[in-house]
Design a protein around this ligand. Structure first.
Ligand code: NIG
Ligand code: FE
Length: 424
């Protein structure tokens, strides 16, 4: 009997599997083992999942392979194939832009200076509150399409430019529409505590999130109006402190959301210690993380989602990625796409991670695939090229995969597949 399949990618110079043993994530030195297969092919079944990966010799040992047919049979000679990139942190739903603030920051203003004057998140909140669903949907779709062209196939995406119930729900509804229709898979995060709204205090804002926003989000989720996977907060000096952060994050967790939050970014806040204590899945930024925080995160398997674009645009010291990896923290990467750090490209993020945070190329790739997928609990289907996972791939127009990080700005992404279908 013949079996038919959706796709075969044939005889690639390198297939970078990342794992070949079904690992949920990689830690420490193991991040440098990419399970690369030379001169290998990949078969994707009609359900969009990988059916086989290996050299021709290995594949011919599978009885079904000998007589299999392929709807699309693509010669990948001279190319390398990576899993689709996974972006562990983004803010892709907002209206307006902040290019005027980019100029102020280049002239020396700090992020918190601008924030205190009502710019920054406050500026974007006003624009996003005023924008219609349709406007936000159109902006989001354009951004997702651009991310897809750079190889992103899984994205963590936050609300957080409403700071009140109606706009936070609007953002999550806009995300749901993309979750239901776009090729990029999305993990949605509720970030009602992204800032303290104008005219309010941190205490009042915390009360609003706890008593109004979280119940409304839970009700909307139960009504099938939105999806929400994670709860986030901006834990920062002058924004939400330790106690307020703990209250909001644990309330979200009680309602079935995974804790995945902004911490220890511009000031040390004991965010890593808090995250380890309350069972966070992930903490982002960590530029100012302490040694105790690093040890606590490693011991509790809390992902550190590192965002090299932030340090780059704000000209601050990047997080201690080397120390974190060497001490056993599970490290992932994210673009942090937002009006402050306008980056849609995971190849650029990996380049920055390698150059500015001293990660090896292999570590950067694992952090931008398997580990980022695991940070949002999706490495069962994303983040490596293994049988049973989605057929999501980045084709690199070079026999050495490292070119996707090495070649700056115009990265050699020659094609992108989602569930075995060519989408770029
Ligand atoms: O991850 N730090 C807080 N949140 C974002 C910035 C959001 C904004 O400035 O609009 C971040 O960098
Ligand atoms: Fe962020």
């Amino acid at each position: 009997p013949t079996t038919t399949h959706r796709l075969r990618l044939r005889n690639a110079a390198q297939v970078v599997c990342i794992s070949s043993t079904g690992q949920e994530f990689k830690r420490g030195k193991d991040m440098n083992d990419l399970a690369i297969k030379a001169n290998a092919s990949i078969v994707v079944a009609h359900d969009g999942k990988i059916a086989a990966v290996g050299t021709e010799e290995e594949l011919l040992k599978l009885d079904w392979y000998k007589t299999a047919t392929f709807e699309k049979d693509v010669n990948a000679e001279g190319k390398s194939i990576l899993p689709g990139f996974c972006d562990g942190h983004s803010h892709p739903v907002w209206a307006g832009d902040r290019v005027h603030e980019f100029e102020l920051k280049l002239a020396g203003a700090t992020y918190l200076d601008i924030h205190k004057q009502g710019g920054g998140i406050g500026y974007t909140v006003a624009q996003t509150r005023a924008a219609s669903h349709e406007t936000l949907e159109a902006l989001l779709t354009t951004r997702l399409n651009r991310m897809l062209r750079q190889g992103t196939t899984l994205l963590e995406a936050k609300s957080g430019y409403g700071l009140e119930t109606a706009t936070e729900l609007k953002m999550l509804q806009v995300l749901k529409k993309a979750q239901d229709s776009h090729k990029i898979d999305i993990s949605a995060t509720f970030l009602g505590a992204h800032s303290v709204p104008k005219g309010s205090t941190p205490e009042e804002a915390t009360k609003d999130v706890l008593e109004k926003q979280i119940p409304a989000v839970v009700a909307a989720r139960e009504a099938g109006d939105i999806y929400v996977d994670n709860i986030d907060i901006f834990m920062e000096k002058g924004i939400f402190d330790y106690t307020q952060s703990e209250a909001i994050l644990t309330s979200g967790k009680t309602c079935g959301m995974c804790i995945n939050f902004h911490g220890d970014e511009l000031n040390y806040m004991a965010s890593a210690e808090l995250g380890a204590k309350i069972g966070a899945r992930a903490i982002s930024h960590l530029e100012e993380v302490s040694d105790d925080g690093i040890a606590a995160m490693a011991a509790q398997n809390v992902f550190g989602v590192l965002l090299p674009t932030t340090a780059y645009v704000l000209r601050i010291t990047p997080p201690p990625a080397r120390k974190m990896i060497d001490n056993g923290v599970l490290v992932a990467l994210g673009s942090d796409f937002n009006p402050n750090a306008h980056c849609l490209s995971m190849p650029f993020v990996m380049n920055l991670a390698a150059v500015t945070m001293r990660m090896t190329l292999a570590e950067a790739l694992v952090a931008a695939t398997l580990n980022a997928a695991a940070s949002v609990n999706k490495s069962d289907l994303h983040g490596s090229i293994e049988v049973g996972k989605w057929g999501n791939f980045v084709i690199v127009d070079d026999p050495q995969w490292t070119h996707v990080v090495y070649e700056m700005v115009d990265s050699p992404v020659g094609g992108v597949y989602v569930k075995g279908e060519k989408v770029v």
